[in-house]
Write a protein that binds this ligand. Structure first.
Ligand SMILES: Cc1cc2nc3c(=O)[nH]c(=O)nc-3n(C[C@H](O)[C@H](O)[C@H](O)COP(=O)(O)O)c2cc1C
Length: 167
């Protein structure tokens, strides 16, 4: 599968088989995140990989959707604003860096037959507590990681003409 094929075919998956993700596949998916670009190459990220039922139980207080916990693995991508690059106008690129790394991870996962779903609608204070995050690391986005138990259709996208401006 080439990159464009993975981009076209990827879907948010909200139903998972209980099958375990082999360790080498998990490490390969994390490697895709590790290799992502970041502003000033600061790499202001921490990927918390949750497989423990106890930690999953604690995360349940932060995000209630049952399908999220069907997957054998949950990855929480965290960012440190202190470590991230900040532009002269004060804009911190932490969240941008985390999003790029997460997209790398998600596309690599899809190429390996694994489903994911970006999840941002969680209680950040409860995730920070559940994962015992160090320093100023904050949870930016989470995803389940596992083999899909559904085949969702494509969601609509805006037309290219509506989202581009050629000058
Ligand atoms: C930053 C971000 C946050 C999201 N948060 C959630 C979420 O909290 N819960 C959820 O079910 N889906 C969430 N999604 C998934 C979107 O709903 C989904 O990507 C969008 O509907 C397009 O569908 P597709 O991913 O299948 O193409 C999020 C996506 C992004 C990019």
């Amino acid at each position: 599968m080439d990159v464009m094929e993975a981009i076209r075919q990827r879907r948010s998956i909200r139903a998972y088989k209980p099958d375990a993700v082999p360790e080498e596949v998990l490490l390969e998916v994390l490697e895709a995140a590790r290799l992502a670009p970041s502003a000033g190459n600061r790499q202001p990220w921490l990927f918390v990989v949750v497989r423990s039922p106890e930690v999953k139980e604690r995360l349940h207080a932060a995000y209630g959707a049952e399908w999220f916990f069907q997957a054998p693995v949950i990855i929480c991508a965290c960012g440190s604003p202190e470590c991230a690059w900040t532009r002269s106008d004060g804009r911190c690129y932490c969240d941008v860096d985390i999003a790029i790394a997460m997209d790398h991870l998600i596309l690599a996962a899809w190429e390996k037959g694994l489903g994911t779903c970006w999840v941002g609608a969680f209680d950040p204070a409860k995730v920070t507590e559940a994962l015992d995050l160090p320093g100023d690391f904050a949870p930016i986005v989470m995803t389940p990681l596992g083999y899909p138990a559904e085949v969702p259709g494509a969601k609509p996208r805006k037309a290219l003409a509506d989202i581009t401006k050629f000058m």
